[in-house]
Design a binder for this molecule. Structure first.
Ligand SMILES: *Cc1c(COP(=O)(O)O)cnc(C)c1O
Length: 395
């Protein structure tokens, strides 16, 4: 029955398990473990646990299983494993399948912590990593070798909003037998079906649009049953990056409204990007949903004609102007989450990407004037008024 449900129905009902009380809202099973009727039953469960049999919260939990089933239904993935944070998902997806001597090709434009895992952690354990410009297919083609075990990229890069051609990179990687692992946070599970586009493993920070209300850290890895249960789960359950039942409940409730929230946020982001085009105080308005974006056509094709919920503004006058702008905002808050109901502005060069040397910031387009704007659920007219008033203070 649930296979024929449309997406919005699945987001409300998929994965629901009811206790003997038949509660309407999903129960939070806030327990680390489960009682076995006999010693023999305990032994049997450790040999092979059935789908409704649990052992220990690090291995799995009914509330966490509900979240995993619901997000898998949204993504069209065979299975999912929920993690303590987005970074537990990224590092788990990579580390669980790589070993010393493997070669990885990765896009260079990455969220700071993703870059740390690829540049500092994997290499320390003997994995060789080659970085490429994710938007340049010739660079992917040249970097991938017969011994390339995996490729990694953000489908839309943080914070510069470069769009990677997911299907084309997947084709190039698969021709060498490499596993395609994609961090799909900016594209969101609502707009992008990465698995349909050829990706093997999709990773989300659930902290972003899945919670969408800034309450909890979480993450999820999606893929084939073989990868999730055979490769990832043994690694995650023994290394400790599992999601807590309370977090899973927050994320389950987030999924009930994700489609409505994210569509409203994307529509507001488009309206704001249109209103700000050609503004005197701005060098550039970067938004994949606007025709001025260099990969606009690709973004539209890949994301169901939506540009996402994040805009990057490059202010004339560098860091000083950017700081004056940030300090003048009244509705939009200065913070570093994204996908939240509250609009959030971030100055990547001094916060999320502070660690990068100046030349690397420059080559990634993280200029001193760049402000990342995550568009929330406020009235778009109020947001345009707040932003344009703050821009006037900046210049
Ligand atoms: C936030 C983010 C992460 C990390 O997620 P956490 O939940 O903060 O650990 C990874 N990738 C991208 C693209 C992100 O925006």
């Amino acid at each position: 029955m649930s296979e024929t449900w449309k997406r919005r129905t699945r987001m409300v009902h998929s994965g629901t398990r009811r206790s003997q009380y038949n509660e309407v809202s999903e129960a939070i099973f806030l327990t680390q473990g489960f009682v076995y009727d006999t010693a023999e039953a305990a032994e049997e469960r450790f040999i092979k646990a059935g789908p409704d049999e649990f052992i220990y919260a690090r291995y799995g939990n009914p509330t966490v299983a509900m979240f995993e089933e619901r997000i898998a239904a949204l993504e069209g993935a065979e299975d999912a494993f929920a993690t303590a944070s987005g970074m537990a998902a990224v590092s788990g997806a990579l580390t669980s399948c790589l070993r010393a001597g493997d070669h990885v090709v990765s896009a260079r434009a990455l969220f700071g912590s993703c870059l740390y895992v690829l540049e500092e952690v994997l290499t320390r354990f003997g994995v060789e990593v080659t970085f490429v410009d994710g938007t340049d297919l010739a660079q992917w083609q040249a970097a991938i070798r017969p011994d390339t075990r995996a490729v990694f990229f953000e489908s839309i890069a943080n914070p510069t909003l470069d769009v990677v051609d997911v299907a084309a990179v997947a084709r190039i990687a698969h021709s060498a037998g490499a596993l395609v692992i994609v961090d799909n946070v900016f594209a969101t599970p609502v707009f992008s079906n990465a698995i349909e586009q050829g990706v093997d493993v999709v990773v989300y920070s659930a902290t972003k649009h899945i919670d969408g209300q800034g309450r909890a850290l979480g993450g999820v890895v999606l893929g084939t049953r073989e990868f999730i249960r055979g490769t990832l789960e043994p690694y995650m359950k023994h290394t400790g990056g599992s999601m807590s039942p309370f977090t899973a409940w927050v994320m389950l409730k987030g999924l009930e409204t994700i489609e409505l929230r994210v569509r409203a946020q994307a529509d507001a982001a488009l309206a704001i990007s249109q209103a700000l085009q050609g503004h005197d105080a701005l060098e550039q308005v970067i938004f994949p949903g606007h025709p001025s974006h260099p990969q606009h056509a690709l973004a539209m094709r890949q994301m169901g004609n939506k540009g996402g919920t994040v805009i990057a503004l490059d202010l004339k006058g560098g860091q000083e102007a950017a700081f004056r702008f940030l300090n003048a905002l009244e509705i939009v808050v200065i913070s570093n989450n994204l996908g939240d109901a509250k609009s959030i502005a971030t100055h990547p060069a001094t916060t999320t990407h502070q660690r990068l040397p100046a030349d690397q910031k420059a080559s990634l387009g993280i200029t001193p004037g760049l402000v990342r704007l995550s568009v929330g659920l406020e009235d778009p007219d109020d947001l345009v008024a707040d932003i344009t008033r703050a821009l006037a203070c900046a210049s």
